[in-house]
Ligand binder design. Structure first.
Ligand code: SAH
Ligand code: SF4
Ligand code: F3S
Length: 446
């Protein structure tokens, strides 16, 4: 059966989508385009109401297009599936599987059953006690050079605005041995870079499912896996980022000089009301220590504008923080009420107009930061991990696309190479574009 995966939301969903794709191929399914597929798998996000509306419209669109094919069906996974559950069945008869983030381990077998039993519907929505280990027996094919590796499920922080703890469950760390086994298996299939994934990776190991390994010790163990040249991780919570992890930015060459450290607001009052459990002084102290450990570290962040009660002065404090920290770039979102969260009941709500105006102003500033950060790269040298051919060829022949050590996209010509995918190349940056860089190879770096 031919299947097509659509992924919305964060890297947790991307990682889950990649795993399910590999597992379905191992089960005998074939990946296909949206037009050719009969099985449609959606990884959904409920973090704001917009992505949630997108889920419903996407299911409707698939159902419309494939109404005449009796074999076609839809499986919905990820956070909206966990949240809406079997209510999706009533609304969309074509949905025959709903699975949550713990249920995904059983999804490949469930999909194989559904393909053979047309009348059947299944739901995999229970949360498990410990990290639900997933089968890793993939076909022996070469994989793309970058992979996501899940190190934990769930989140215990209950930030006032956030639905994640409700849809991803309590924090459950994955045992060190299985993480290392997966990294080793990925490296054997050509993976050079892993991104360790969790909602709050800095508290890895500190829950009942943990085996006592700290996040810093996990980084050491992953860095020791032969073939893994680069390590990244996301997401970090400022309250849990400790000195041991900061020190790894100085001592582990494989740890990339980039950190996504969501700050959410530059106002101490708003941070307190968000339940973030740090203030701007603590955040700035972390930035200082990170830069001391790794002067070239690229810091990125997330912001929410228009949290209930956010004043103009609070918002100005956020803009000041952006100027002060010198972020490489950042994501910013308009606050959106989520069902069941603490801030759903907080007043006063900020009007849509004010939220939109604040968002536009913050985004303008963040765009300026990104342009300045990219421009500052021109003339610098760095190592680029090639991910594949560029969409457009350069004047001097085929062009390749990869990422520098901080994760910025770099395009570069590599004359005379048939397949550069997976290579680490020493590159000099020659031009900054709006969202990417253009480079020239200095020497092969493998
Ligand atoms: N675990 C991560 C990411 C959580 S979701 C963390 O702790 O930062 C990703 C981002 O979505 C958050 O950082 C936040 O900026 C944004 N977000 C979460 N809930 C939101 C809401 N209700 N409204 C608007 N943005 C939200
Ligand atoms: Fe949500 Fe906060 Fe957990 Fe991040 S740390 S997932 S923002 S509750
Ligand atoms: Fe969205 Fe779930 Fe990620 S709500 S941001 S897909 S954890």
């Amino acid at each position: 059966m031919k299947f097509h995966v659509t992924t919305m939301g964060c890297q947790m969903n991307v990682g889950d989508g990649d795993w399910l794709t590999r597992s379905l191929i191992a089960e005998g399914f074939t990946p296909a385009s949206d037009a050719d597929a009969e099985l449609f798998i959606l990884f959904t996000c409920s973090v704001r109401d917009k992505p949630e509306q997108k889920v419903v419209s996407e299911i409707g669109r698939i159902a419309d297009r494939h109404r005449d094919n009796p074999n076609a069906f839809i499986a919905v996974g990820g956070c909206t599936a966990q949240q809406l559950g079997t209510a999706l069945w009533r609304r969309f008869p074509m949905v025959r599987l709903v699975f949550g983030t713990d249920g995904i381990a059983a999804a490949p077998k469930a999909l194989a059953r559904l393909a053979n039993e047309p009348g059947l519907r299944l739901s995999l929505l229970d949360f498990t006690e410990s990290y639900p280990e997933r089968d890793q027996s993939w076909p022996e094919e070469k994989l793309p050079p970058r992979a996501f590796v899940s190190i934990m499920q769930g989140c215990d922080n209950y930030c006032a605005y956030c639905i994640v703890p409700f849809v991803r469950g309590r924090q459950k760390s994955r045992p060190l041995a299985s993480i290392i086994a997966e990294c080793t298996a990925l490296a054997a299939r050509g993976v050079r870079e892993v991104t360790l994934l969790g909602q709050n990776v800095n508290s890895y190991g500190l829950d009942d499912s943990g085996d006592g390994t700290s996040f810093a010790a996990l980084l050491d163990a992953v860095a020791a896996v032969p073939g893994i040249a680069r390590i990244r991780f996301t997401t970090s919570h400022p309250k849990d980022l400790d000195d041991a992890v900061i020190e790894r930015f100085a001592s582990l060459p494989a740890l990339c000089p980039a950190l996504h450290l969501p700050v959410q607001s530059g106002s101490d009052d708003i941070l307190r009301r968000m339940g973030r459990r740090y203030d701007t002084a603590a955040y700035l102290a972390l930035v200082h220590k990170l830069r001391r450990a790794r002067p070239d570290i690229a810091l990125t962040t997330d912001f929410i504008v228009g949290f209930p009660g956010e004043t103009e002065a609070d918002f100005q404090a956020t803009l000041n923080l952006v100027r002060h920290v010198g972020f490489e770039s950042g994501f910013s979102f308009m606050y959106s009420d989520r069902p069941g969260t603490a801030s759903e009941r907080l007043e006063p709500k900020i009007s849509q107009e004010v939220k939109a105006a604040r968002l536009a102003e913050l985004q303008r500033l963040l765009d300026e930061r990104l342009a300045a950060s990219l421009a500052a790269r021109v003339g610098q040298t760095d190592t680029v991990l090639i991910e594949g051919p560029s969409r457009r060829d350069g004047a001097s022949g085929p062009s390749w696309r990869g990422r520098d050590s901080a994760g910025r996209i770099v395009n570069l010509p590599l004359p005379g190479l048939n397949d550069a995918t997976g290579r680490l190349v020493r590159v000099r940056i020659v031009l900054a574009k709006k969202h990417s860089l253009l480079g020239e190879a200095e020497a092969e770096h493998d």
